[in-house]
Design a protein around this ligand. Structure first.
Ligand SMILES: *[C@@H]1O[C@H](CO)[C@@H](O)[C@H](O)[C@H]1NC(C)=O
Ligand SMILES: *[C@@H]1O[C@H](CO)[C@@H](O)[C@H](O)[C@H]1NC(C)=O
Ligand SMILES: *[C@@H]1O[C@H](CO)[C@@H](O)[C@H](O)[C@H]1NC(C)=O
Ligand SMILES: *[C@@H]1O[C@H](CO)[C@@H](O)[C@H](O)[C@H]1NC(C)=O
Ligand SMILES: *[C@@H]1O[C@H](CO)[C@@H](O)[C@H](O)[C@H]1NC(C)=O
Ligand SMILES: *[C@@H]1O[C@H](CO)[C@@H](O)[C@H](O)[C@H]1NC(C)=O
Ligand SMILES: *[C@@H]1O[C@H](CO)[C@@H](O)[C@H](O)[C@H]1NC(C)=O
Ligand SMILES: *[C@@H]1O[C@H](CO)[C@@H](O)[C@H](O)[C@H]1NC(C)=O
Length: 320
């Protein structure tokens, strides 16, 4: 009886301790391990400039371990894109580093793992155009991203920050009004693309939020946060003057590098390009028809670090 009372007292005090230790404390994180696609690749960068993980490592004074790769889907079992996928390539490459000792400086308590993926899976190379493997749905794709948490958790990781999908329906490629571009030159029904992408992104983000909350409450000692890219970039679209600081008028509809192709033209041609240069580029939210610009990347980095260092709850929610 006494033993039981002690046990339940212990259980409730540890529940309280758990509740007050949601997320990391300021200065706790020393290492940043990033996974994802071209939005986060630091070599073949989506914005043809410095990628956000490099800025984040700089702003947060973190050691950076970048695994994100251009073109990546979550899994090639779902989307057969010939680029290094998260589950079959990026995570195995990280696990090789753990196994051979080259990542021995990473400790569960001082290492934050981030993931920003999904744009390729749901876009023109995936769900949107019927390129996904048979019967694969949006639900399967979001579940695939949860495997990232589960696999890394099993290998010892404890701090996760999941970046949800940005408002892809407002990129040029998936916007209400578009043109044949590097990412798509075949005929398409643009209204249909725009409406469908709007649904995928909204539903995918709601699913990932619910699934992350569920993992946060079921895996012991895990710390899971959601970085709301959708909300941040939507705020940039609504109030560009608060974020974009180049020497041209703020621009959220065009791109730094926009190339108009003829319908059905091969994308190995160059297209008819309009290219913004110099200090004007920081006035643009988009780099090209699908990628955020370097200034958008700086904002993402700044706000993500503010979420990790607990300076701002504006876009980051710690579920555990
Ligand atoms: C460990 O594995 C990683 C990933 O495969 C590789 O890049 C690195 O060179 C390896 N390091 C050593 C010391 O073997
Ligand atoms: C897809 O679903 C159909 C209908 O349920 C089923 O017959 C088929 O085997 C499934 N295909 C795959 C590859 O899972
Ligand atoms: C394009 O898609 C929209 C939305 O699904 C539909 O209303 C419209 O009829 C389609 N247009 C053509 C030409 O098929
Ligand atoms: C815009 O602000 C960033 C910091 O967020 C700075 O690095 C960059 O140089 C600024 N751009 C211009 C054109 O002043
Ligand atoms: C935005 O930039 C594009 C590409 O440079 C340009 O064509 C367009 O006129 C600009 N829009 C505004 C509102 O300045
Ligand atoms: C583009 O390709 C489609 C499918 O092959 C064809 O039906 C259409 O006529 C082509 N359009 C142009 C402008 O070449
Ligand atoms: C390229 O685009 C510009 C502006 O949209 C247009 O004036 C020009 O004729 C185009 N050039 C070619 C070769 O199509
Ligand atoms: C958070 O958002 C509020 C309201 O938009 C703004 O005043 C504040 O500066 C933001 N804080 C940070 C750290 O971004």
């Amino acid at each position: 009886m006494l033993f039981q009372r002690l046990l339940s007292a212990f259980a409730s005090s540890s529940a309280v301790a758990h509740a007050i230790t949601k997320g990391p404390t300021p200065s706790q994180i020393k290492n940043l391990v990033t996974f994802g696609d071209s939005f986060s690749d630091v070599v073949q960068t989506g914005d043809h400039a410095t990628a956000w993980p490099v800025y984040a490592a700089d702003y947060g004074h973190y050691h950076l371990f970048p695994y994100a790769k251009y073109g990546a889907p979550c899994s090639t079992k779902q989307i057969q894109i010939p680029y290094p996928s998260l589950l079959e390539s990026q995570i195995p490459s990280y696990e090789d580093g753990i196994a051979n000792g080259s990542l021995s400086m990473l400790h569960p308590d001082d290492t934050m793992y981030t993931l920003w993926i999904g744009a390729n899976d749901i876009g023109g190379w995936g769900l949107l155009t019927g390129e996904a493997a048979q019967n694969v749905t949006l639900v399967d794709i979001v579940q695939c991203t949860m495997e990232w948490v589960e696999v890394l958790y099993k290998s010892g990781a404890r701090y996760f920050l999941f970046q949800n999908l940005p408002p892809l329906e407002h990129t040029i490629n998936y916007g209400a009004v578009s043109y044949p571009n590097l990412y798509w030159t075949a005929q398409r029904n643009q209204t249909d693309w725009h409406l469908t992408m709007t649904q995928y992104v909204a539903a995918g983000n709601e699913l990932s939020s619910l699934m992350l909350k569920n993992l946060a409450s079921t895996l012991p000692d895990i710390h899971i946060g959601l970085f709301d890219s959708y909300k941040l970039i939507s705020d940039m679209l609504a109030h560009p003057q608060d974020y974009l600081n180049g020497t041209a008028p703020v621009n959220t509809t065009g791109a730094i590098h926009s190339c108009v192709y003829e319908l059905n033209e091969s994308t190995s041609d160059t297209g008819n390009c309009t290219i913004v240069t110099g200090s004007d580029v920081d006035s643009y939210l988009w780099y090209d028809e699908v990628h955020p610009s370097e200034q958008t990347d700086r904002i993402i980095a700044r706000e993500l670090v503010a979420g990790i260092e607990r300076r701002s709850d504006n876009w980051t929610t710690w579920f555990s």
